[in-house]
Design a binder for this molecule. Structure first.
Ligand code: ASP
Length: 313
């Protein structure tokens, strides 16, 4: 029997013990546990890695705690524009959407793009037109509203910051990236990855980050690993971060840990990119590296106890 395993993230950034109340910390850990265990149950009952990552990401899209689906950040115009991607390591098929405004679960639309269209990446209105042919749930913009995100947007707007999801209330520049993602390996040794996000608070000009870009924020290949990233998207795009982890394994013979170390702790740091990623191999090895102060993360392998963590130590 091969290993089954799943790992998820709920974003990385300036997440310190001081910034979370015990109640909020528990709420995040409970939400992570619920999502990772739902995906794991599916794998344990013979489900595919593709179904497991879609289910785990959809579960996090449905909670306002994360910057994806419900609870997505506000754009500069006070709207919500969502990006998502999914990739199946068995076939290297992928689907993604960028800048959608009325789809309840963007990850489901990304999967529909992968399976029912001849394209890989659809944007804004076109993606929604396609969604109408796919029997997916549409919601009004105020479905995504969350009071905390609104406050974050007000802070960013008032301080004239146009791109980063941050708050300077503590006097220290905080960056929080609440994107969600999942990677999994199923009993047949197939890997998959999915990522979903509202992007950066106060973003302008239909800005699109790394999450829906195959190779940047999301990648999966049965030859190497599956990867989902979170952090300052522009840097992850320039580093082609997710694919770089895969390439180091494929072309240089690195282990998963070595490849993650190189990309997250060396290459991205040199560029100035903050954040982290989750990665899994067909053999069931898991890596959860990040160069920021924290990353919401969880994993479950076979019958091992569920792991959840937020901070560095
Ligand atoms: N990487 C995402 C983006 O740049 C942000 C995040 O990870 O929260 O859109």
């Amino acid at each position: 029997m091969k290993n089954i395993a799943i790992a998820i993230h709920g974003g990385a950034g300036t997440i310190t013990r001081a910034s979370l109340t015990p109640g909020k910390e528990k709420a995040y850990k409970d939400a992570l546990k619920e999502a990772v265990e739902a995906g794991h149950r599916l794998l344990a009952s013979g489900g595919t890695a593709l179904d497991a990552v879609e289910m785990a990401v959809a579960s996090m899209e449905d909670t306002p705690l994360f910057n994806a689906g419900k609870g997505a950040v506000f754009t500069n115009e006070g709207r919500h524009e969502l990006d998502a991607a999914i990739m199946w390591g068995k076939t290297l098929k992928a689907g993604a959407v960028a800048g959608v405004r009325s789809i309840k679960n963007p990850v489901k639309l990304a999967r529909a793009v992968m399976e029912h269209s001849e394209y890989v990446l659809l944007g804004s209105y076109g993606a929604e037109e396609f969604a109408r042919t796919q029997n997916l749930d549409f919601v009004p913009q105020d479905y995504f509203y969350d009071a905390y995100r609104y406050e974050q947007w007000m802070d960013a707007r008032d301080s004239g910051t146009t791109s980063l999801d941050h708050s300077e209330k503590s006097g220290k520049k905080e960056k929080k990236f609440g994107t969600v993602g999942a990677v999994a390996v199923d009993a047949e040794g197939n890997v998959a990855a999915a990522t979903s996000t509202g992007g950066l608070t106060n973003k302008k000009y239909n800005r699109i980050g790394d999450s829906p870009l195959i190779g940047a924020g999301t990648y999966a290949s049965n030859q190497t690993c599956a990867v989902s990233c979170t952090g300052s998207g522009e840097f992850f795009i320039r580093a082609v971060a997710a694919y770089d982890v895969s390439c180091l394994i494929e072309y240089k013979g690195y282990t998963l840990q070595q490849a993650c170390e190189e990309v997250v702790m060396n290459k991205l740091v040199k560029l100035g990119g903050e954040g982290g990623l989750i990665a899994i191999t067909p053999a069931g090895d898991i890596a959860l590296p990040f160069n920021s102060e924290g990353m919401y993360r969880a994993s479950k392998k076979n019958e091992d106890e569920t792991f959840t963590a937020i901070y560095k130590d």
